[in-house]
Ligand binder design. Sequence first.
Ligand SMILES: Cc1cc2nc3c(=O)[nH]c(=O)nc-3n(C[C@H](O)[C@H](O)[C@H](O)COP(=O)(O)OP(=O)(O)OC[C@H]3O[C@@H](n4cnc5c(N)ncnc54)[C@H](O)[C@@H]3O)c2cc1C
Length: 399
Amino acid sequence: MAEERRRRALVIGGSTGGLLAAHHLRRRGWDVTIFERSAGDLADRGAGIGTQPDLFDVLRGIDIKFDDSHGVTIDERVCLDSHGEIIARYAHRSVSSAWDRVYRPLREAFPDQLYLRGARLVAVEQTGATVTATMEDGRRETGDLLIAADGGQSTVRGLLAPDIAPRYAGYAAWRGVIEETDLTPVEHEKLFNRLGFCLPRAELMLGMGVPGRNGDPRPGHRRYYWIWYRVAGKSGALRDIFTDATGRDHGTSIPPHLVREDVIAEIKAGAARTLAPQLAAIIARTPRPFPSAIFDLEQDRLVFGRVALLGDSAFIARPHIASGVTKAALDARSLARSLDEEPDIDAALARYERERVAYGKSIVARARYLGAHLEAMANGDANTPEQNPETVLREYARA
Ligand SMILES: Cc1cc2nc3c(=O)[nH]c(=O)nc-3n(C[C@H](O)[C@H](O)[C@H](O)COP(=O)(O)OP(=O)(O)OC[C@H]3O[C@@H](n4cnc5c(N)ncnc54)[C@H](O)[C@@H]3O)c2cc1C
């Protein structure tokens, strides 16, 4: 009897979403190749991340060990005022982690020969039950399924659904990490195992202890991670942040080493003007803060023939709910299960779309609610009320 042909999936994007999908499908017998446009290692790009129990569950399902001991336990949320005094508290246990800590084990457990770097997709063609991807260098690859895990500015989505695009929310998030050993003992005691908020008008900052380089969770080897949302308004201010010293405009994200010194100096000065002194001091000592513009993306379709959108290419929920990686993990598991349980690929994709559209819309709405103050300020709504510290702590804990 002739051996049955293995089904083949082309995964575009080798970040957390792509790797999660690739692992899940390989375990179910698929022949999977990842095409990642970056030529270098992605591992160093990451900052801290909040985690959700679902993420641990999905990782364990593909035999990647991940539990609370791999992160930093956060016991309490506090809000500091502009003098550095704690003005609100909320007891809530969570575990912070680092992007590296999720990416690295996924990458190490995936065969090198099936993870192709420097492979940028530029075109997609479909004929009936097959899909062909063309890379920038002319290479063409055909499979039964193409998974677009190529992020918020997805090339695949742009080719198949050009009318759907992320919507800028009017503000940016500055992020940075500083070594645990570079905190003063007082800062460490007050902030490291807490999620510390500060809520100046039109801004929201939070910070927490996270694992260190290569996901190292050992005391003394960890890092403090902060994220500071600031209204950036319309395109002019945003363009300034994302323009490097040579005058090149990088759009809505910029490699950290290219952020201009004068932009960083302004951020540090701004922190000293509005934030709690402890937080401003940490920002002042952070080597290379970097910005990301904040977007929403939602849509009704995730499947276009034999192409499935997954992770940030499908939905972007603003980072207030810290669930981008978890959502990508749940997308990957849902897709793999659907393909496993439905013998017909098209029927499986339809099921995947049904499941994930509903979930995606719900988290986008939740994240928008948490960012409503910032968005209203960006829109110049002078009647926007101050952020209430108790409410913010409670609502973020429910995210
Ligand atoms: C400010 C901020 C804070 C965040 N905080 C958190 C948090 O605390 N917790 C959390 O869970 N998530 C957080 N996220 C979200 C999280 O980073 C993403 O949701 C997560 O990385 C899943 O992304 P992805 O794999 O779908 O896409 P990405 O990580 O964007 O990866 C897309 C990959 O595709 C590659 N690619 C792009 N185009 C092509 C192409 N044409 N051909 C080949 N490859 C291509 C890219 O190089 C990249 O490697 C945050 C995001 C931001 C902006």
